[in-house]
Design a protein around this ligand. Structure first.
Ligand code: DGJ
Length: 725
């Protein structure tokens, strides 16, 4: 038998526990030999031995039986001759559309390069090693560099791709993904984070079936129902057992995250910019870089994957000025007043906030221009001094005089039809010249692909931030992009990506110029909860839904990937404004303490008892803030996951366990909640009692939960470590 799959080289890219093994075939194709737990081996070439040949499958390079479609490929080309979904596709000026990149050379180095104009993970020579694999297509006169970085101690791989056009002609990139992973099996469950506005990041899991399945966004933003995350898990995988392959894209625009199961029970996982409505005209001599994909393998279930992402994002993605910085407890006036406020109202809220121990006052929508509803004034960012009862700076001074920090809401990417900005620059919006553009929430999207629009946003934000003592910015985006043509680009299929590049440029300039300002991004809630935004804004508002029970699913989903310190979690009024549910203040507090605690209700309407309770919540939260925001976060296994949710926060000294029952049930016995991942042979004292438990007891027997006496009952336990035996 002839072996076409002879390897000329094999690379084992290894982290502390995991391994990604690649091989270069004699033909120059790059194959994925193995991805998973680190293993001792004597060469992995047998993994791709081409024993069985399938009929009706094209041969490669005229070699009978050399069938690329049966091989796990690192970055497959279009139709040449693998006929599964390709990782890239180019279109040439002479009408040709085939390309065929083969191995050229490689370069291994400590550290990691930046990606031009895009957010990306970072790490110095001590923590990361990179391999740049160069592939060439001599006919197209193009080079492709696939960069894979291994973050050893983090057990994380990242990958991105760069193409360079050395030909004399412009080449059209029709598709260029960031990641392609092939597996010679299809017995996986696919996990996605999906939902809609007000119910974002719900975990959806189902077994793979034949064909293409997954999630994508064509909305101009990652989207409320389209988180750029995908995982393949072994069918029996739980929170703590079973293998997980998780991937996340550091990008905030249109993306695709698909799994394709082919005719031979092979699975192809793909992640990258959505090729739908995408093109890039790569001029002669120019290069294009894709966003970076983050790839995690975990042997011990979804919790391990989540903890791996959390640590990696905290230390290698989020702005180091804020990565470890405790986040202030805030009051946001949105659900307290909506647009209906004046200076006395704001000051009365600030007074109450200060007396309760709140630290940051956030003035939401409605402080500028002629903005009294969502019908007007986006774009007119001059403070409305009549409504504010004086200058914005004088209001800030007064609020700060109460011992509070000050934060402000903006929505810089948008313009209202009824605004001075739109009347002056109607051509600054995204539209096509022959069509009437659609409004959504009475607003248009500014065309961030235009440099003058980028400059305008940078200038007014710079002016706002330099002439006011602002500590925090809530950066909102309240509609998706329709009419995604262009009034100025020659190639309007470049608009989606150019918009995101423009947004990143603006955020880069502002966050560098104002390094002390804490940015929280928001897109009508979690419409852009992605690692691209996280690179610039260390906090994200996960949802406009502040109901404690709906938040259980939203926050469990978000925290599967994103660190709890990135989640804004607010206590709001009852009946809840989104779902009209009544939950106790205690339950709302326990749920909001899963992330960065905030309040979003009219504090002046609270009873004396409610204020006393909030004071206590705030003292408790401040005492445990480091643990609650940055401690190791673990989802606990509950007796009935349709009716309960529980999680544990832990550092070397303290454990906080939170448990919520949704509906009370009659005539049931009380249950126990078992803790996880505790150090062996330790003793923990349960706060408020004299009871001391061993870590074994806590993990094997568990803490006794009170029987629910009403719907939506939450319980919280704090345990302090005593001594090591
Ligand atoms: C949508 C946000 O998610 C809300 O919190 C609030 O800021 C409104 N926009 C203001 O218009």
């Amino acid at each position: 038998m002839i072996h076409f799959n002879k390897l000329t080289k094999q690379f084992d890219l290894v982290t502390k526990n995991n391994q990604f093994s690649l091989g270069i075939l004699e033909s120059g194709h790059i194959v994925e030999l193995y991805f998973g737990k680190k293993i001792a081996h004597n060469g992995l070439d047998y993994c791709i031995e081409n024993n069985a040949h399938a009929s009706y499958m094209a041969d490669t390079d005229s070699k009978k039986g050399f069938q690329l479609e049966l091989l796990p490929l690192l970055f497959p080309s279009f139709g040449n001759p693998d006929l599964r979904s390709s990782a890239y596709q180019f279109y040439f000026q002479n009408g040709e559309k085939l390309s065929d990149f083969r191995y050229n050379s490689h370069h291994i180095y400590r550290g990691k390069k930046e990606i031009t104009d895009l957010p990306a993970s970072f790490g110095n020579k001590e923590i990361v090693t990179t391999i740049d694999i160069s592939l060439k297509d001599d006919i197209a006169q193009m080079e492709m560099i696939i960069s894979i970085s291994t973050f050893d101690d983090y057990d994380v791989f990242t990958q991105h791709v760069k193409v360079q056009n050395f030909s004399k002609e412009t080449v059209t990139i029709e598709k260029l993904l960031s990641l392609n992973l092939d597996f010679m099996r299809d017995d996986f469950d696919l996990c996605l984070l999906t939902g809609a506005w007000s119910r974002e990041t719900h975990l959806q899991r189902h077994p793979l079936h034949r064909g293409i399945q997954g999630i994508d966004s064509k909305r101009g933003a990652s989207g409320h129902g389209q988180n750029p995350f995908v995982a393949l898990v072994d069918p029996g995988t739980t929170l703590d057992d079973g293998q997980v392959i998780g991937a996340n894209l550091i990008y905030s625009g249109n993306f695709v995250a698909h799994a394709e199961v082919d005719m031979y029970q092979q699975t192809r996982l793909q992640l990258g910019i959505n090729p739908h409505d995408f093109e890039w005209h790569l001029l002669s001599g120019k290069s294009f870089e894709t966003p970076e994909a983050v790839l995690v393998f975990a042997e011990n279930g979804l919790n391990k994957m989540a903890q791996t992402f959390h640590r990696f994002y905290k230390e290698c993605l989020i702005n180091p000025n804020f990565a470890d910085k405790e986040r202030p407890i805030l009051i946001n006036n949105w659900e307290a007043t909506y647009f209906d406020f004046n200076r006395p109202k704001l000051l009365s809220l600030a007074n109450e906030a200060a007396s309760l121990g709140i630290e940051l006052f956030v003035l939401d929508d409605g402080w500028f221009g002629n903005r009294h509803s969502d019908k007007s004034a986006l774009g007119d960012w001059q403070p409305n001094e009549k409504k504010l009862g004086g200058s914005l700076q004088s209001l800030i001074r007064e609020i700060k005089g109460k011992g509070l920090l000050f934060g402000l809401w903006v929505e810089p990417e948008m313009v209202s039809k009824d605004s001075e900005l739109f009347r002056t620059h109607p051509d600054w919006i995204i539209y096509e010249k022959r069509r009437v553009p659609q409004e959504s929430r009475n607003q248009y999207v500014l065309d961030l692909s235009k440099i003058e629009v980028q400059q305008h946003i940078i200038s007014f934000m710079t002016e706002l931030l330099s002439s006011h003592s602002i500590d925090y910015i809530k950066w909102d985006m309240n509609r998706n992009i329709t009419d995604a043509g262009s009034s100025h680009l020659l190639h309007s299929k470049e608009l989606g990506h150019r918009y995101i590049l423009g947004l990143y440029r603006i955020l880069d300039q502002l966050t560098s110029a104002f390094p002390h300002v804490l940015f929280e991004s928001c897109a009508g809630g979690g419409g852009r909860y992605d690692p691209g935004m996280l690179f610039y804004t260390p906090q994200i508002w996960p949802s406009d839904d502040t109901d404690a029970i709906e938040r259980l699913s939203i926050q469990s989903g978000s925290s599967l990937v994103y660190p709890p310190s990135t989640m804004g979690c607010h206590i709001s009024a009852i009946p809840n404004h989104q779902v009209a549910r009544n939950t106790s203040l205690s339950t709302r507090s326990i749920v909001a303490q899963q992330g960065n605690l905030g309040y979003e209700l009219d504090l002046t309407q609270l009873t004396f008892e409610e204020k006393q309770e909030i004071r206590k919540q705030i003292i408790l939260y401040k005492n445990e803030r480091k643990l609650l925001q940055f401690g190791m976060h673990t989802q606990l296994t509950v007796n009935d996951s349709s009716n309960e949710c529980a999680w544990q926060k832990q550092n070397s000294q303290t454990i906080v366990v939170s448990h919520v029952y949704k509906l009370a049930k009659p005539n049931v016995l009380s249950k126990r909640i078992k803790l996880k991942q505790l150090p062996k042979k330790c003793n923990y004292k349960l706060q408020g009692t004299n009871k001391v438990y061993t870590s074994d007891e806590l993990m094997i027997i568990g803490l006794s939960l009170p029987n629910p006496t009403s719907d939506f009952m939450a319980t919280r336990f704090t345990l302090e470590k005593l001594n090591e035996k």
